[in-house]
Design a protein around this ligand. Structure first.
Ligand SMILES: [Mg+2]
Length: 207
């Protein structure tokens, strides 16, 4: 676990589709498998299809593909524009922790990838809904806390477990952003980093 500085606000930030371009990376990987993601809806199972037949890949095979993707490509994702600059600026006013549902075996690759792109922050590899993990991370921390994630179930989970945490819904990929309405359990929905940075700065009292 990460040691928290009790004197500073805390920013707990997701990585995939917030700091890193998960979808674009997955698409590059799928091309190598002669597959593609049909973005008719916001889901992966059922939407990965074979290039040759346009038929969906079976669910078990999709689970294997995603595991292979994390194993081989976590090290090589592209950053979301503006993310590193925003976190760097916010880091003068707050402690930053990255909470990413990446397999534990890919945690080092994720750290190296983020480091390479100017985001050298501690990474916690989570699993499942993030509310209970956020509650554990925060403990008795009493300064403002901001949580940022692209997936509404995580935002709702954090709202339930730690209602005092400020919740920002952020989806970097414009195609996914169009598919996904704002989470009703978020305080804000912003999909670009310069604006998100201003929002977070005002929440932690740094604006
Ligand atoms: Mg994510």
């Amino acid at each position: 676990m990460v040691t928290l500085d009790p004197t500073r606000p805390l920013i707990i930030c997701d990585a995939d589709e917030v700091l890193l371009q998960f979808l674009a990376g997955l698409e590059r990987f799928l091309v190598r498998q002669r597959c593609y993601l049909d973005l008719g809806s916001f889901r992966i199972h059922g939407n990965i299809k074979h290039q040759d037949t346009n038929q969906p890949v079976a669910d078990e095979a999709v689970t294997k593909l995603i595991a292979d993707f994390f194993a081989s490509d976590t090290r090589h994702l592209e950053p979301v524009p503006g993310a590193a600059a925003a976190l760097q600026s916010l880091s003068h006013h707050a402690q930053i922790v990255i909470l990413s549902n990446v397999p534990e075996t890919s945690r080092d690759a994720r750290i190296e990838n983020l480091h390479e792109h100017g985001m050298p922050y501690p990474v916690i590899a989570g699993k499942g809904l993030k509310g209970p993990v956020v509650r554990n991370i925060i403990g008795t921390h009493s300064h403002p806390v901001v949580f940022i994630d692209d997936l509404p179930p995580n935002i709702s989970s954090v709202a339930k477990e730690t209602p005092h945490v400020h919740r920002l819904h952020f989806i970097a990929d414009p195609r996914l952003a169009r598919l996904m309405p704002a989470s009703p359990d978020a305080h804000g929905r912003i999909d670009d980093w310069p604006q998100a940075s201003t929002w977070i700065a005002s929440v932690i009292g740094a604006a």
